[in-house]
Design a protein around this ligand. Structure first.
Ligand code: SAM
Length: 259
């Protein structure tokens, strides 16, 4: 058990706190919470509602379908969460609203957010939040150009990406550095036992024990997968001489029809 201060503290504003068991109690992220590498506090706006029925939503001005989260319980939750983060003395603490209109989440955005010791994350429901709540928001983040029913899954997606980048979370710290997008490429293919599965063999080079040959094969495989599946990533990447040479080989092989 890690006794010192958590590396990253999340304060999440949500109407559905139970959903966060999915991240706090399971797998790699669950272990990170258990070992106090990260810390999570949940704030339910319903508990800040002054209304007898604990109402947190209302109809939108101007009419139209759907309800909206009202400002007062949300702002009270954000202020309470922020106060707690300030008391802990967390550096670079930010308030983030998960919303389809936010900046698209990417590996670079995750790296940037890792400079924060604390994040207050607002997850909304219904049609979203009263626009005036944005005066309490530092950043808006989207997980993609599609709409989910609530911000909880987007928040957990961002939290999971952040957590696995923290030192001590993965059994082998190197494995996060070899993931897709870290060096601007997709990850290479992987194989495990048995050596032959339904007449399909593992590539010979991976059984050779020759580390340099394996490194080159993996790099070429990464380049090949990126070239075929995500050429947009290659267009943005500054290739090393070795990568440029391997990519040229791949393009020739493709012209010859061997891939
Ligand atoms: N009316 C909103 C719109 O069209 O932009 C969608 C509201 S959605 C049904 C309810 C909530 O889910 C949003 O306020 C937001 O918190 C969350 N949400 C939905 N899609 C999201 C996405 N792609 N990224 C981040 N959060 C999202």
């Amino acid at each position: 058990m890690r006794a010192s201060k958590a590396l990253l503290t999340f304060d999440v504003v949500t109407l559905m706190p139970e959903m966060f068991l999915a991240i706090s109690d399971y797998g790699v992220t669950g272990r990170a919470f258990k070992e106090n590498i990260v810390n999570l506090n949940l704030w339910n706006p319903r508990e800040f509602s002054m209304d007898l029925h604990k109402t947190v939503d209302d109809r939108t001005y101007g009419g139209g379908p759907g309800m909206l989260m009202t400002a007062d319980p949300l702002v009270k939750s954000i202020e309470a969460a922020k106060k707690r983060q300030d008391k802990l003395g967390l550096k670079n603490s930010k308030v983030i609203h998960m919303t389809p209109r936010g900046k698209l989440l990417s590996h670079n955005e995750i790296k940037r957010l890792l400079s924060c010791e604390g994040l207050v994350i607002i997850t909304s429901r219904y049609e979203g939040i009263d626009e005036r709540v944005n005066n309490w928001v530092d950043e808006e983040v989207s997980i993609g150009d599609y709409v989910l029913s609530g911000g909880e899954l987007p928040a957990m997606t961002m939290m999971d990406c952040l957590i696995r980048q923290l030192p001590g979370v993965l059994n082998d710290d190197e494995s996060a550095t070899q993931d897709s997008f870290v060096n601007g490429l997709l990850d290479h293919s992987h194989f495990t036992r048995p050596e032959i599965f339904k007449k399909m063999k593992v590539p010979e080079v991976l059984l050779s024990g020759d580390h340099e040959k394996i490194r080159l094969w993996r790099l070429k495989e990464s380049l090949k997968l990126t070239w075929i599946k995500r050429p947009d990533l290659l267009a943005k990447k500054l290739l090393t001489k070795e990568e440029a040479r391997l990519l040229e080989e791949i393009q020739i092989e493709q012209e010859q029809g061997s891939i």
